[in-house]
Structure formats: C-alpha cells, structure tokens
Design a protein around this ligand. Structure first.
Ligand code: FE
Ligand code: FE
Length: 316
C-alpha cells in the first residue's frame, strides 16, 4: 500500500491531537532542581563561581515561590486573550504583584550572606536592596519590554530571578489543557516571552518530543524537531553543533547532552538539551553553563536567538 507523505501543516494538525502540547512548571520543584543542577555543573565549569552564585539565587527563588500569592486575571480576561490568540499572563501587560520586590529582597539577602562574595556582586546586591520601589518597577518594565530604556546588565539577572518567581507562580496556576496556542511563532503561549532553550524529553507521555522552555514563566510548549525556533526554517538549514563537532540530524550519534540548533536562514541558534543523554539537564542551568559553546558559535558567525535570564548580554 502506498504511503501518503504528510505535509508540514498536516503534521502539526496531527501533532495537536496526539502530542502533549504544554508542560506547566511545578513550582515546588523547578527552582530546587535548577539550584541542584547549577551546583553539579559548577564542579567542572570555567564559570563555576558564577553558577554557584546563581545556585544560591535559585535556592532563594525556591523559598520565595513557596509562599508567593498571585492573582490570576479573571476568567473573562483569560478567555478574551485566548480568543485573540494572545498570551493570557503577558509579561508586557500583566500587572506584577508587588511581592516580586519582596522576592528580590530575599534573593539579595541570600546573596549578601555568601562568604568571599566579589565586591561588585556585594555592591549590586546592596544597591538593589536599597532601591526605591518605583526605580525597581522601572527596571522591570525595561527588562520585560514594557518600555524602552537602558538595561542595567549587572543588576538584570537578579531582577529577572525575582520576576521569574512572580511568573512561575502565575504559570503554575494553569492546567496544561487551559493553555491555548498563540499566533506568534516561538513565543511562550502563557506569558509571551522568548524561550531560553529547548529540551527533548525522555519520559512518557513526552518521550522523544521537543519542548521550548520559557525564560520567564518556565512553561514548556511543544515544537516539532529540526526546525528553527526563531524563524521557522527547517530541513537543510538546520544543523546541530556541539563542542565536539557538527551533525546534520538531531538524532545523530553524539555524546553531547547540550547542542546548539543552528539555522542558516536566520544565522541564529538556541541550545537543545537531550534528557536521553543526561536526565538531569535543566534549560536555564545547562544553557548558562555551556557558555563555551556560545563563544564557539559567535566565532562561527551565529547569534543567540535570545538570552539567558541569568546572564544579561547587551543586544548586538
Ligand atoms: Fe512564559
Ligand atoms: Fe532561523
């Protein structure tokens, strides 16, 4: 019997029915696992001290999210956003809970208690603890793209960490079945932010599927494999690069649990993590720790499609 080859649109339609589209973050686990992973990666990383510092931040996030109270938009507002295929808890529109600044204080206090803290970090932490509420809100607006302005790159990772607490608390209130697709390729369907990296899962019912991981709210959404998460190009434009070499397929034998999915169409990349190679991979931590791969790709002329929330790099 002749087999009919599915067109890309049909594949997506089929996928929508059979593949779990959304994975909601577990607020009781997310930051604790990230802290653990950062500490594990720090042992062999050239930026070990930085990873250990952000493990402390992730510990503080874990404590802060446990009692973080957020109000979801009401059902009518959520429905309205979804009818227009817009993210229901948009980072750009959703008023933040003032408690995110309490989370920031807790993060900065945890950082300040660390022994042998570099002076520069101690100063940032003190500066953020003393900052007025409206100054912090202005920083947050700039980071989340609500308004234009200059980003304070040194303070940004700590501010983002506190904002993550707010949005993870929001995202974790949804059920996967309540999350509708939005119209813009590659943006988080819950908060509209860019993904930090993607993960190929191993555990049923997600086995073998690839999920993009939101840098802000940690929601994960399905995307077919071998496709650029930035511009949507597929096929020959896509390759997989690691520190040990290049592969044309993401199923090629390669020991690396972290690779960069590069695109010849838009000359950008995001990292893709394989739980099959290492079940402990965590998108924010592994992306941060694999900075050597970023340096290699920069030399080869590829740009990061989006940044890591815990390491602010100025846009090109
Ligand atoms: Fe999100
Ligand atoms: Fe692309």
């Amino acid at each position: 019997m002749a087999q009919r080859i599915l067109e890309p649109g049909e594949i997506e339609t089929l996928a929508a029915h059979s593949i779990p589209r959304i994975r909601i973050p577990d607020r009781t686990q997310l930051f604790a696992k990230r802290a653990e992973r950062l500490r594990a990666l720090a042992q062999t990383s050239p930026i070990g001290d930085y990873l250990r510092l952000f493990a402390v931040v992730a510990d503080a996030q874990h404590l802060a999210v446990a009692d973080f109270v957020v109000e979801l938009p009401d059902a009518v507002q959520i429905k309205m956003a979804q009818t227009h295929r817009m993210p229901p808890i948009s980072a750009a529109n959703r008023p933040r809970a003032p408690q995110w600044r309490v989370a920031l204080q807790a993060i900065c206090a945890a950082v300040a208690q660390q022994p042998r803290l570099p002076d520069a970090v101690a100063q940032i932490s003190a500066r953020l603890r003393d900052a007025a509420a409206d100054e912090l809100e202005a920083h947050a607006d700039i980071l989340l793209g609500v308004r234009e302005g200059e980003i304070d790159a040194a303070a940004a990772p700590f501010l983002m960490a506190a904002l993550q607490v707010n949005w993870v608390a929001l995202a974790s209130r949804f059920a996967a079945s309540e999350v509708e697709p939005i119209d813009v390729l590659g943006l988080c369907p819950l908060c509209g932010s860019l993904p930090v990296a993607s993960v190929v899962a191993t555990r049923a019912p997600y086995q073998g599927y690839r999920y993009l991981h939101c840098a802000l709210c940690a929601c994960e959404w399905h995307m077919v494999r071998v496709q650029c998460s930035q511009c949507g190009a597929s096929g020959k434009d896509i390759a997989y690069r690691s520190l040990t070499g290049i592969a044309e397929s993401d199923t090629a034998a390669d020991a690396a649990a972290v690779r960069a999915e590069t695109c010849e169409h838009c000359h950008s990349y995001r990292k893709i993590l394989y739980q099959e190679k290492d079940p402990a991979v965590e998108p924010v931590a592994d992306d941060l720790a694999s900075i050597a791969l970023d340096l290699l790709l920069a030399e080869q002329g590829y740009a990061r499609a989006s940044g890591n929330p815990l390491l602010w790099q100025p846009a090109d």
